[in-house]
Design a protein around this ligand. Structure first.
Ligand code: CP
Length: 292
């Protein structure tokens, strides 16, 4: 079994991952050693702090060894293709391979070439399924259930694999998803609202980073302009439900899509809770895919 996309998971598998992840989040000793003797290959062709380190930490807590391919120092730099790298790594017999790559469907390509489970840790602008799962866990912990919640996803939707995976997952758990962003950063296949309409009365506001590395042209905005028009400020958050929480997958562009006063809100900002839940969620995914 691979984890390539949200729609590759059945409802019962999503429920099992969230339930197990909740148990791992509640008890640091849960799952200790269940994957002893196993190895997880971490292959990140794009930069990462949260996903790469939380997969390594998840593997360590389960007793598996996480082995990192340093792409910058690998034969990728000599021109080896993704397919040949996949076949090469697969021949070494890992128990799972975690892949982040700039190419959409890279994880699916690799999954067709190796004998072990492949986990998509972000493929281009396509999907980031473990991020959506950890976001769901974070909301579930806060609200008990996602049934009936309204979640606004705001920002650079067009380039966001996080938005795409969440737009697939959260409605399956009973939530309504609204999307909003600058007109040039909206995809054609999603119906968007204005920022203020999306946030009004929402139970959760998930802000997204402007992915300048994927833009052909710079937005050309002066400092503070993006925040004023499209960012989450305390004033804009006041449009949401009084108990609304703030999420951001990270890394944040502080002062661009999110103001410090909101990012660091005590209790209502769940951004570091998302990071902690990344470990628990990836433990649950590794356990499901790798356990005998
Ligand atoms: N949320 C997320 O994918 O962060 P990283 O790029 O740091 O892994």
């Amino acid at each position: 079994m691979h984890l390539l996309s949200i729609n590759s998971l059945r409802d019962d598998q999503i429920a099992a991952i969230l339930s197990r992840a909740a148990a791992f989040a509640a008890d640091r000793d849960a799952g200790r050693g269940v994957l002893a003797g196993r190895s997880v290959f971490n292959c990140f062709y794009e930069n990462s702090t949260r996903t790469a380190m939380s997969f390594a930490q998840a593997a360590a807590r389960l007793g598996a060894q996480a082995i990192t391919l340093s792409v910058e120092h690998s034969s990728v730099k000599k021109g080896e293709t993704l397919a040949d790298t996949a076949r090469t790594l697969g021949a070494m017999g890992p128990d799972a391979l975690v892949l982040r790559h700039r190419q959409n469907d890279a994880a699916a390509e690799v999954a067709a070439l190796v004998d072990c489970p492949v986990i998509n840790a972000g493929d281009g602008t396509n999907e980031h399924p473990t991020q959506a799962l950890l976001d769901a866990l974070t909301l579930q912990q806060r609200f008990g259930s996602l049934e009936g919640l309204t979640i606004a996803i705001v920002g650079d939707i067009r380039h966001s694999r996080v938005a795409r995976s969440n737009a697939l997952l959260l409605p399956r758990l009973g939530a309504t998803v609204r999307v909003a962003g600058p007109p040039t950063l909206l995809p054609e296949d999603m119906t968007a609202l204005s920022i203020d309409e999306a946030i009004s009365g929402a139970d959760a506001v998930m802000m997204l980073r402007v992915q300048r590395e994927r833009l052909d042209e710079d937005l050309g905005d002066a400092p503070g302009e993006y925040l004023r028009h499209y960012g989450l400020t305390a004033e804009r958050l006041a449009l949401a439900s009084p108990q609304a929480v703030v999420l951001h997958p990270g890394p944040m562009n502080r002062g661009v899509e999110i103001a410090d006063e909101v990012a660091d809100l005590a209790d209502r900002s769940l951004i570091l809770r998302q990071v902690a839940n990344g470990v628990a969620t990836r433990m649950a995914v590794l356990e499901m895919l790798v356990s005998p």
